[in-house]
Each structure stands twice: as C-alpha cells, then as structure tokens.
Design a protein around this ligand. Structure first.
Ligand SMILES: [Zn+2]
Length: 84
C-alpha cells in the first residue's frame, strides 16, 4: 500500500519519526507540525495544496508546532524536496 509521510502542502516529514499522512489514497487527517495543514483537507487536491502552501509561505512559513522545529531546519531544502 502506498503511504505518504511528507506533507503535500509544505513537504515536511519528521526524519526521526515520520508520520503516515495518507495510506492507500486515504487521508488520515493528521495535522502537519510544520504548516498546520490537515491531510485530507488542505491537500485534498494539488490545487488546494498549492493554495495552502502559498498562504503559509506568504504568512512567513511559521511552524504550527514550533517545539517540533529542528534546529537546523531548512525551508528551501524542504521546498526543493517537494518539487522533486
Ligand atoms: Zn505541512
């Protein structure tokens, strides 16, 4: 079964503890620690995911759960991974 652990909106996936966001095409309604999007809501289509990403970036790419933010977090690298 195809499992997605990277947020479709911001690309975040906890390297130490990746969480399943989508499993076999079914959203698990997990809130992303990074951008605060919920799988199955903001990322239900590529269009809504893009819109949510733009809104998040425009608002300064703030962490939804700042305590989960790695010290060496790199937004640019994360966005590059998202496009690949
Ligand atoms: Zn996210």
């Amino acid at each position: 079964m195809f499992v997605e652990t990277a947020c479709r909106v911001c690309g975040w996936s906890d390297p130490a503890l990746p969480e399943d966001l989508w499993r076999g095409g079914t959203p698990l309604h997990v809130i992303c620690d990074c951008c605060g999007s919920e799988s199955g809501v903001e990322d239900i289509s590529w269009r809504t995911a893009l819109r949510a990403r733009k809104a998040w970036l425009d608002a300064g790419a703030q962490w939804f759960a700042p305590e989960e933010r790695p010290a060496d977090w790199d937004l640019t690298a994360q966005l590059v991974r998202l496009r690949s």
